[in-house]
Structures are given as C-alpha cells and as structure tokens.
Write a new protein. Structure first.
Length: 149
C-alpha cells in the first residue's frame, strides 16, 4: 500500500519537464501558496498548505498538471481532455511492472494568479489499490525569494 500511495503522491505533486503541448492559458511565474485537501480510499489525508517557487515549469502546463511518473519504470500516456474555456483537463494512464495508475486532472485558471485543481487517481498493484481524490487552490503570492547563500 505504501508503494501505491507514494506513486500517487508523486503523480499529484511532483512536476516534470515533459515537452507536451502547452495550453494557451498562462500562469504567472513566482511564489505560489498551494492548499490541498485529499482523501485516500475515502479516508481524509492531512491537509497540505505550502509555498513553492514556480518558474520554468509553468511554461508547460500539461507537464506540470499531469506529470510523468518519476523514479519508477513505467509507460505513460497523457491525453488532453475536452474542457470549457479557462479550464484544462488531462488524463494520465501509466503502467509498469506490477502496477497501474489512471489519473484525471481538471484545472480552472481563474486568472494568471489564481487556479483551482481537482485530481482523481486510481492506483493498483497486486493485492492493493488506492483511490486518491484531491482538490487544491493556489494563489500567486509574489516574486520568488532569492536563495540563501
């Protein structure tokens, strides 16, 4: 179960730098506050509230919101889902040795400094499975703070 949960969390929160076609919608680079609530198999997970500096990864929103799995050998297919104006939708299907992950992501870009996201993943391995449903909201806070020396 721990492996399934780790794969699912990776899918939800770790951006990758894939070269998929970027959506015309844009988000401003800088420091973002992201708040996430989620459940795993219907049980609430701890709330997450964090700040992160987002820069280059926002140039490819498909790669940011539907990242490829990292750290595992898997074959993944990402497809853009039909959505209304101001919304992005992606489906990510991955399979590897002994596991599958099927994820749906819907993003509403309110403006260049505010978005909401809804993610549902179904991860399966022999003898275990996890359905994770997450909702997030993000607000641009300002410029990224310089790294400490």
């Amino acid at each position: 179960m721990r492996r399934i949960l780790l794969l699912t969390v990776t899918l939800l929160l770790i951006p990758s730098y894939d070269s998929a076609t970027a959506a015309p919608e844009q988000l401003e680079q800088g420091l973002w506050r992201i708040m996430v609530t989620s459940t795993t198999n219907g049980k609430p997970d701890p709330k997450q509230d964090f700040k992160v500096c987002l820069g280059e990864e926002l140039k490819d929103l498909a790669a940011y919101f539907a990242p490829q799995l990292e750290g595992v050998q898997a074959t993944c297919k990402r497809t853009r889902q039909p959505e209304a104006a101001g919304k992005l939708g992606y489906r990510l299907q991955c399979s590897g040795e002994g596991f599958t992950v099927d994820g749906l992501t819907s993003v509403t870009i309110e403006n260049s400094r505010h978005f909401t996201v809804s993610i549902r993943t179904d991860s399966r391995a022999p003898g275990e499975s996890a359905i994770v449903a997450a909702k997030g909201e993000a607000h641009w806070v300002g410029a990224c703070e310089p790294a400490e020396k």
